[in-house]
Design a protein around this ligand. Structure first.
Ligand code: G1P
Length: 286
């Protein structure tokens, strides 16, 4: 039986250098897609997948991100007095418990996840990278929970990318693939296109077994001189099954400005209150 999952980790310590000057003092995860910060989409996706404990791995200058999930007492009071129930609901903290810890040095995603070791203990857990925004119904993590029930072990979200982009992602060395679930015999972080074992890339959603910490603790440095989550995951293969799920939905890379802009348009077009007007507005730009 697959171990149940109650905890999600959100590594949000990155500096956002691709979003300067906007990210100079504002955490990039607080940038809005339409009118909701990126991080709130990720937290809601986790909550909709049944998760009740949320840990932010932050860094200096990211306190607003944690404040965002606390009560804003005066604002709530004002909205209550005004009878604006919709706005009130949108600012209330999610059900569940919020935790945060600091990654004191930017040593990579693997190191960020290692900062969650005490929080996680001996449980399976989820990791969500807010930069990867996924428009899907049901949400991507919920779809992954379904796959996890079937196969257990470590499960990531994945999608095929053009070969020239393998150098941006963790890539699966595929052992078996039924078109939905791919079992990997190895993983490579950001391989050169010529050397990539496939074009199936890891997207920022993970369901992980606590054994990963045994490997993360070694703090081995990999691609980009960082402690890579992918490298430790690769080492668990053999001990723990590893599957990539081709989720149903569309993923936006909000870590770069074009992906961020596209996500804003796509999410606005999905909204009943905005979609028709945005579609009309866009006609003026052809
Ligand atoms: C991270 C992971 C990579 C994964 C990617 C998904 O890379 O290291 O394996 O494919 O997220 O977005 P980053 O985008 O932090 O460079």
């Amino acid at each position: 039986m697959a171990k149940p999952i109650h905890k999600a980790i959100f590594p949000v310590a990155g500096r956002g250098t691709r979003f300067l000057p906007a990210a100079k003092v504002l955490a990039k995860e607080m940038f809005p897609i339409v009118d909701k910060p990126l991080i709130q989409y990720a937290v809601e996706e986790a909550r909709d997948a049944g998760i009740g404990e949320f840990l932010f791995i932050t860094s200096r200058g990211k306190a607003a991100l944690v404040d965002h999930f606390d009560h804003a007492v005066e604002l709530e009071q004002a909205l209550r007095e005004r009878g604006d129930e919709k706005a009130l609901q949108s600012v209330l903290p999610p059900s569940g418990r919020i935790f945060s810890t600091r990654q004191q040095e930017p040593l990579g995603l693997g190191h960020a996840v290692l900062c969650a070791r005490e929080f996680v203990g001996d449980e399976a857990f989820a990791v969500l990278l807010a930069d990867d925004l996924i428009l899907a119904e049901p949400g991507c993590l919920k779809q992954m929970m379904g796959a996890y029930e079937e196969v257990g072990g470590n499960v990531v979200a994945c999608e095929d990318v053009p070969r020239e982009l393998t150098c941006r992602y963790g890539i699966l060395d595929v052992a078996k693939d039924d078109g939905r679930l791919a079992r990997a015999r190895g993983l490579v972080e950001k391989p050169d296109p010529a050397e990539a074992p496939s074009t199936l890339s890891i997207i920022g959603r993970y369901i992980l077994q606590p054994e990963i910490f045994r490997y993360l603790e070694r703090r081995e440095v990999g691609a980009g001189n960082e402690i890579q989550l992918t490298d430790s995951l690769a080492r668990t293969i053999g001990e723990i099954p590893f599957h990539g799920l081709r989720f149903q939905g569309k993923r936006f890379d909000c870590g770069n400005n074009l992906g961020f802009l596209e996500a804003n348009l796509a999410f606005a077009l999905e909204r009943q209150d905005l979609g028709p007007r945005v579609r009309e507005m866009l006609k003026g730009y052809r």
